[in-house]
Write a protein that binds this ligand. Structure first.
Ligand SMILES: Cc1cc2nc3c(=O)[nH]c(=O)nc-3n(C[C@H](O)[C@H](O)[C@H](O)COP(=O)(O)O)c2cc1C
Length: 273
């Protein structure tokens, strides 16, 4: 019941968010302030929508993979070519290059399911670069086939990496999947919550560490004032103290404005369970 209430309030908040709102807000650094990259391949834009949402949520760079030879426009021709490439194990050369791959700790890899598995350009990407020691996070969209065999394929291609549980979304539900994406990011620990119920956001530039439990929001470091704002931009609470009671607030996403001692304004996203 509690979980349902949480989901409904989170959904209501997300539905009321506009793109311009989320554009002006700083994304949350991934757990441990690691450096993240969102790489995706798309043909009709479904996977791009998911990649864009992850990129807006998690502080990251984002790159779309393109092949040297574009795939046929004709759907039937594409189906045939993709099947041939998968059967023969062909990896099409990519025109996209990622110069500083070694600098990333976490690599999100997004793709559409093609013939039940990872599309060949993703196989090229995963074999061309060295993912040793990195965290690889697959996500995919499809008309109906599950993502599980593609996740196994990613696992096989990244034996020296930690491959986290992938996210599979049906094409028809991509537009309304923000809640699922956020829950997945929380569940796999990328958003800093490993099931503890405590969301911690560390702001390295301003040395403000923000943590929120069911009852309190706490900010360490020096500042003049904290202002908590909901997803509609309405001010919820304001304090000069380091701790703000939040027990009466519904679960969901909020933004915390920190007026710093040097008169800068830092905005952090916090998720209340
Ligand atoms: C060549 C090809 C093969 C596909 N094979 C499957 C499949 O096996 N199962 C499935 O559910 N959808 C399949 N689809 C549909 C796509 O996975 C689905 O439309 C996906 O959301 C497209 O993502 P995109 O817009 O990012 O390209 C296929 C599409 C193409 C073009």
């Amino acid at each position: 019941m509690k979980k349902r209430k949480y989901l409904l309030s989170l959904l209501a908040i997300i539905v009321s968010t506009t793109y311009s709102n989320s554009e002006t807000t700083e994304a949350t650094p991934p757990v441990g302030n690691q450096k993240a990259l969102v790489v995706y391949f798309t043909r009709t834009g479904n996977t791009k929508q998911v990649a864009d949402f992850i990129h807006k949520t998690i502080e990251s760079d984002r790159v779309e993979l393109k092949t040297v030879e574009p795939y046929p426009e004709s759907y039937n021709e594409l189906l045939t070519q993709a099947q041939q490439e998968i059967n023969s194990g062909y990896s099409p050369p990519l025109s996209t290059t990622i110069e500083n791959m070694e600098s990333y700790d976490i690599v999100f890899v997004g793709y559409p399911i093609w013939h039940g598995t990872t599309p060949p350009p993703i196989v090229t990407f995963l074999t061309e670069y060295d993912f040793s020691g990195k965290i690889v996070v697959p996500f995919c969209t499809s008309a109906s086939s599950s993502g599980s065999s593609s996740f196994q394929k990613v696992q096989q291609l990244c034996l020296q990496s930690t491959v986290l549980d992938g996210l599979w979304l049906m094409s028809s539900s991509v537009e309304s999947s923000q809640t699922r994406i956020l829950e997945w990011l929380n569940r796999i620990g990328i958003l800093g919550d490993n099931g503890t119920g405590i969301e911690t956001v560390v702001d390295t530039k301003n040395t403000h560490s923000v943590s929120i439990t069911e009852s309190y929001l706490h900010v360490s470091g020096d500042f003049n004032r904290l202002t908590l704002i909901n997803m509609n931009g309405a001010e919820i609470s304001r304090t000069k103290e380091k701790t703000m009671p939040v027990g009466n607030l519904p679960a969901g996403i909020y933004f915390l404005k920190i007026d710093t001692k040097n008169n800068a304004m830092v905005t952090k996203k916090v998720i209340k369970k």
